[in-house]
Design a protein around this ligand. Sequence first.
Ligand SMILES: Cc1cc2nc3c(=O)[nH]c(=O)nc-3n(C[C@H](O)[C@H](O)[C@H](O)COP(=O)(O)OP(=O)(O)OC[C@H]3O[C@@H](n4cnc5c(N)ncnc54)[C@H](O)[C@@H]3O)c2cc1C
Ligand SMILES: *[C@@H]1O[C@H](CO)[C@@H](O)[C@H](O)[C@H]1NC(C)=O
Ligand SMILES: *[C@@H]1O[C@H](CO)[C@@H](O)[C@H](O)[C@H]1NC(C)=O
Ligand SMILES: *[C@@H]1O[C@H](CO)[C@@H](O)[C@H](O)[C@H]1NC(C)=O
Ligand SMILES: *[C@@H]1O[C@H](CO)[C@@H](O)[C@H](O)[C@H]1NC(C)=O
Ligand SMILES: *[C@@H]1O[C@H](CO)[C@@H](O)[C@H](O)[C@H]1NC(C)=O
Ligand SMILES: *[C@@H]1O[C@H](CO)[C@@H](O)[C@H](O)[C@H]1NC(C)=O
Length: 521
Amino acid sequence: MLPLSLFGLLLLLPYSYGLNFPFSLPFASKHRAQVPIEAPAPFVKSPHKVAIIGAGAGGSSAAYWLARAQNRTPEHELEVEIFEKEGYIGGRSTVVFPYSSEEYRPIELGASIFVKANRNLWRAAQEFNLSFAEYDGEDGEFAIWDGSEFRFRMTNGSFSWWDTARLLWRYGINAPRRSQALVDEIVKEYMRLYNPLTPDWTDVSDISAFLNFSNFTSGTTAAYLKSQGIDEKYIVEMVESMTRVNYGQNVDGIHALEGMVSQAANGAASVAGGNYQLFEQFVLRSKAKIHLNTTVKSLSQSNKKWTLKTSDGSTKTFDSVILAAPFHSTGISITPALPSRIPKQPYVHLHVTLLSTPYHQPNPTYFNLKEGSSAPQIVLTTNDGFIRGGPAPEFNSMTYHGRAGGTGEAKDENVVKIFSADKIEDEWLEKTFGTVGWVYRKEWDAYPVLPPTEAFPPVMPTESLYYVNSFEPFISTMETETISSLNTVRLLLQNVFGVNSTICEVPESEEAEEILKGWDC
Ligand SMILES: Cc1cc2nc3c(=O)[nH]c(=O)nc-3n(C[C@H](O)[C@H](O)[C@H](O)COP(=O)(O)OP(=O)(O)OC[C@H]3O[C@@H](n4cnc5c(N)ncnc54)[C@H](O)[C@@H]3O)c2cc1C
Ligand SMILES: *[C@@H]1O[C@H](CO)[C@@H](O)[C@H](O)[C@H]1NC(C)=O
Ligand SMILES: *[C@@H]1O[C@H](CO)[C@@H](O)[C@H](O)[C@H]1NC(C)=O
Ligand SMILES: *[C@@H]1O[C@H](CO)[C@@H](O)[C@H](O)[C@H]1NC(C)=O
Ligand SMILES: *[C@@H]1O[C@H](CO)[C@@H](O)[C@H](O)[C@H]1NC(C)=O
Ligand SMILES: *[C@@H]1O[C@H](CO)[C@@H](O)[C@H](O)[C@H]1NC(C)=O
Ligand SMILES: *[C@@H]1O[C@H](CO)[C@@H](O)[C@H](O)[C@H]1NC(C)=O
């Protein structure tokens, strides 16, 4: 890793050298920038074949980035095939319909929101003419539940002066404001990921250091916020409610970068009809060949080629492989053994329970409130009650998402989403919601367990194998998977064709902020 001052110098270099960052490209061939390459001949003559494993945010966007690069430099011929175990595109981003009927509004079963700072998804929605949904349903009273009582309740509907007063009463003026300022600082650094002058990385800790994030990933959210003088009550209630709904983890466990990312909710949006459409469009527009319902079983490398075996028994050969799924969940065996082992990465096993109910709020008695009183519709949780010897909350979050909608008979029923560590039984649902109509359960390996860390999985576990999900233990979101996939695509193009600017002709440095890497250059 280069010292930051050296990076500063490199950033000032004219564009033809703008991407020559020595640390990032161990396999790149020596070459003068901007000069089209004639040799080595084999690459130019037959298309370079790329296999992408997984058609979630990471894999679908990898195909799209490759296609955009191909458009810019048609002489670098690529042939791309995507292999996806499931029968749909989107991976952890997918929808289901109440009562399994398309008469109703689709409900996000996995990733539901992204924010305006997520420039790739934002741009994609615009380029693909997809419209944004109203902020996914959640309106109503907000509260933080500790397993036996509410720590905090905010009246109802939009944020009023009364809510502000309550917030200040409980947490003081300093904590919310200071915490938000810290989030803003981090988002500002994060935005550098879109700058074409930001170097590519073969080790996630390099880009972490470049963004000044190493301190955040190496400590817990609670320790970091405490060190910044944030009131402890705010940390274990407000901040923890967000780390639990977003990542199923507590502030004393999750690293500070993800803890802060959990609080970055400015301009939250989702795509009307389902976020998966972004990923479908990536694939469609890439014109890559996609094999759905096709599980990759093994990869073996010899003579600089990869042989890929799939569940239907067929075998295909590729020059490069982009692995865009959490490796240890894929069941893929790789031979010969990887020189750079992919460490086992535990994931949070999350139960998502969707249901519909005629009632507009949960049963107040569940929350030890008087029968007939009002109960909140957005219930987030803290583990602090449990730490103090009380019962643990039985769920991470419980949120009302508006009506089932559409034209079906049950269109006026309210849709509720529950995230929990354990299965939520039918009796519990009856008790908590009174009458329950539709129920849908899904278990996900949702996101990595994210303790403080200094090391990340390899981006290139071996030559011509690229690992998109190496980024997940750093930040795990749909957007960051598209950022990671762009990085792997850039490395691939550099390694194969030897041209650093293949997908990004870097402009003069002042303009670079306007230019969106991967899209505009
Ligand atoms: C309930 C939930 C809520 C979330 N909320 C948000 C949110 O609001 N905002 C947000 O940004 N993120 C959210 N996330 C996280 C987000 O979903 C992920 O970070 C992101 O979608 C990961 O994308 P990916 O392409 O890396 O992986 P995946 O989406 O998991 O894609 C990997 C794909 O690979 C396929 N695959 C696996 N093994 C094989 C094999 N052997 N052969 C072929 N194919 C294989 C899988 O079927 C899958 O489709 C949430 C996740 C969950 C589960
Ligand atoms: C790309 O960057 C690497 C690392 O700095 C360098 O070794 C290589 O020569 C560069 N290639 C081109 C075409 O500029
Ligand atoms: C994938 O498999 C499912 C379930 O067997 C099937 O319904 C679907 O049609 C298949 N899709 C494709 C594209 O083969
Ligand atoms: C988006 O819609 C506009 C107007 O309806 C149309 O001109 C444009 O071609 C569409 N873009 C894409 C990428 O489909
Ligand atoms: C919330 O406020 C609206 C009007 O502002 C009111 O109709 C509704 O009954 C309130 N809900 C609760 C649970 O207090
Ligand atoms: C990184 O953090 C250090 C220490 O706070 C600071 O001095 C430096 O300016 C930061 N660098 C960038 C690029 O923000
Ligand atoms: C990172 O941590 C070190 C050691 O604790 C500290 O000196 C430095 O100021 C921190 N940097 C940032 C950006 O917080």
